[in-house]
Write a new protein. Structure first.
Lengths: 120, 380
């Protein structure tokens, strides 16, 4: 099940674990990424915490943790080659996997139709 | 600025928006930060072929002596800049600095000897203040006129000469820092062979009503792409060129700014026209004993860009800062982060390792010689 946040992250939910990345819309706004900093595996994060940082040529932006949970895996491939996020933001360019503290929290997030309406 | 204030427009604002420029407020002007190609490709294209930049937000100012003699205008400008203006030959341009009584830098500028007057190009954010400064100190015997009816276009990159010479072959023979009148696409332009990218190229002052036609003629060349302010900043940073308000300001003296080269010997202690500009009593002794801090290049050792405002430390645990990053980002041509900053002079030797604090982490950076790229100016 695919969910979205107002901070332009996508979550692909399966068995209480969310694979999290940033949306195509976010990538278009950011431009070419040159650096990605990911959280440590095992980190316990709360919704709204800065989980990752992305940098384009011009500016740095935070990627927020979309829900309370624990980081169980990170995508080292995008650290080695940030351009993967530009070329495939919603699949190969995933950032981290988050084991949700309360899987039902995801029910409050937007579905794809609501997100696409938000970004117009 | 209140949000009811309308943003300024250049003669090219509508064209920039029409061809996909992402328009932002810059120094009170509606300017393109990037075009659809994006900052990275725009930057690389400028170094590979040619980039066209709208810099019509900058101030273009005529300084003329009522005597009609350019020498009188030159000596007048020397009262405000620590630079050899009188020695600049007709048809040549030079870099200069307006200084204040404390030895700080009010703005940096380019000025040209146009035969019977001086032609100045100043920063957009400072131009009102610069013109007021000129009028306050040079009233009476001088005319100071802002040319508000002209656009300014920069064409930069190794293919700039070929692209511009298609419109007028005379530009090919110009050398770095030459300035001359050139007719381009029917427009009477003032062209200088200079720029802000580290590449060969030109800056073109064009009558406002002919700026769009000239720009379209240049963009018709497939080698010429439109470039926004984002790539303009990364290009100048790789080239080691200062951005006023970031790398130099009123708290920075010419020596602290590592701009000694801009103060010719004739204006230094012992020179024929030593001193006689604001702050000379602070600035000139620093040529002997140095300043307490110094602008340097900084090469972050990792992949993380280190941005302006990051505080510098001598080691990973020290609590006292030793400097600050003033400009920083990713350098597309060198494919790594690049930065500039001010550090204590004792730590300004290239190779010195310092630490920049970024998001609570201390990242190692090495003091580096500037520029980060090899400039390709067409020296005579």
């Amino acid at each position: 099940m695919l969910k979205y946040t107002e901070d332009h992250e996508w979550l692909n939910l399966a068995d209480g674990v969310a694979t999290v990345g940033i949306t195509n819309h976010a990538v278009e706004q950011l431009g070419d990424l040159v650096f990605v900093d990911l959280p440590e595996v095992g980190a316990q994060l709360a919704k709204g915490d800065a989980a990752a940082t992305v940098e384009s040529v011009k500016a740095a932006s935070d990627v927020y943790c979309p829900l309370d949970g624990e980081i169980v895996e990170v995508n080292e491939a995008i650290v080695n080659d940030p351009s993967i996020v530009n070329s495939d933001a919603q699949a190969a360019g995933w950032f981290f996997k988050l084991k949700l503290a309360r899987p039902a929290d995801a029910d409050g997030l937007m579905d794809e139709a609501a997100y696409l309406a938000l970004v117009g | 600025m209140s949000d009811t204030t309308e943003l300024g427009k250049t003669p090219l604002t509508a064209l920039n928006a029409r061809i996909g420029g992402k328009m932002v407020d810059f120094a009170g002007y509606e300017m393109p930060v990037q075009f659809p190609e994006g900052v990275m490709k725009e930057h690389l294209h400028t170094r590979a072929k040619a980039g066209l930049f709208d810099v019509g937000h900058m101030g273009q100012v005529i300084l003329r002596a009522k005597s009609g003699k350019v020498e009188d205008a030159a000596l007048a400008l020397e009262r405000l800049v620590p630079v050899d203006v009188l020695g600049l030959k007709p048809g040549r341009q030079r870099y200069g600095l307006f200084t204040d009584q404390n030895g700080g830098i009010l703005d940096d500028l380019m000025f040209a000897n146009r035969g019977d007057h001086l032609f100045l190009v100043v920063n957009a954010a400072c131009k009102a203040q610069d013109i007021a400064h000129l009028r306050k100190h040079l009233s009476g015997d001088f005319e100071i006129e802002e040319l508000t009816d002209r656009g300014l276009i920069a064409l930069q990159g190794p293919a700039a000469e070929k692209a511009l010479a298609k419109l007028n072959p005379d530009v090919a023979a110009m050398a770095f820092m030459d300035v001359k009148d050139v007719t381009l696409a029917g427009a009477s332009c003032i062209v200088s062979r200079s720029g802000y990218s580290g590449e060969d190229g030109y800056e073109i002052s064009v009558p406002a009503e002919q700026a769009v036609e000239l720009t379209e003629a240049l963009l018709a060349d497939p080698d010429v792409h439109p470039i926004g302010l984002g790539a303009r900043d990364s290009l100048r940073l790789e080239a080691g060129l200062c951005l006023y308000g970031n790398d130099i300001d009123t708290t920075t003296t010419p020596v602290a700014a590592a701009l000694e080269w801009a103060v010719q010997k004739v204006r230094r202690a012992g020179g024929a026209r030593a001193g006689g500009f604001p702050g000379a009593d602070v600035i000139l002794p620093e040529f002997e004993r140095g300043a307490s801090r110094r602008r340097v290049g900084l090469a972050p050792e990792g992949r993380a860009p280190v941005r302006g405002g990051a505080v510098l430390f001598a080691d990973e645990t020290a609590s006292e800062p030793v400097g600050m990053v003033t400009s920083g980002g990713f350098g597309p041509s060198v494919d790594r982060p690049v930065a500039m900053g001010h550090v204590a002079t004792s730590l300004s030797e290239p190779g010195t390792r310092l630490y920049a604090e970024v998001r609570g982490k201390r990242l190692p950076v090495t003091v580096a010689t500037l520029p980060f790229i090899t400039p390709r100016y067409k020296r005579a």
